[in-house]
Ligand binder design. Structure first.
Ligand code: THU
Length: 161
């Protein structure tokens, strides 16, 4: 028996002025997307903005439903939009953030497990890693080099065959 270690590195940005203008603007687009979220049940409005490798920015926000499990997270709404509008075009950077009803969000958003799975497969299908910017309205921003890092032992197509 052998104990193994899984680890990854990421950046913690505590001064947003240190972000590049491209990243800062992408985060701003994610806030605007969050404002358009349909989240009357959770009041947790999530916005995502992806800069594709062709420079185009694609948006997503969470879309809830009175039948709760029917709702979709912002990240997966975005991935669907990107895949339909720009088939096979990779995402360079994906910014994700959220708005709360009663106060300013101040912790980096943490994508759910289902979205980690979807983000990871998107990277595989276009054979390109996507940087992630995870933010609240204030506080630290986390910058990851790729989405796969968030899901160790991800289930992949190879496991099916
Ligand atoms: N949600 C997202 O859209 N993305 C995340 O990364 C976390 C959670 C949504 C799902 C649901 O509409 C609401 O936030 C509360 O869970």
């Amino acid at each position: 028996m052998k104990k193994e270690l899984y680890q990854f590195q990421y950046y913690r940005v505590n001064d947003r002025a240190a972000l590049s203008k491209e990243d800062f603007d992408l985060l701003d687009a994610a806030y605007k997307a969050a404002e358009q979220a349909y989240a009357p049940y959770s009041n947790f409005k999530v916005g995502a903005a992806a800069r594709l490798v062709n420079g185009v920015v694609v948006l997503g926000s969470n879309q809830e439903n009175a039948s709760y499990p029917v709702g979709s997270c912002a990240e997966r709404v975005l991935l669907g939009n990107a895949a339909v509008q720009f088939p096979n075009v990779a995402i360079d950077t994906l910014a994700i953030t959220y708005l709360l009803a009663d106060r300013k969000s101040d912790r980096p958003v943490s994508p759910c497990g289902m979205c980690r799975q979807a983000l990871s497969e998107f990277e595989s299908r276009v054979d390109h890693s996507m940087r992630l910017l995870l933010a609240g309205e204030q506080g630290d921003v986390l910058v990851l080099d790729n989405a796969k890092d968030l899901l160790p032992f991800v289930f992949q197509s190879q496991h099916l065959f």
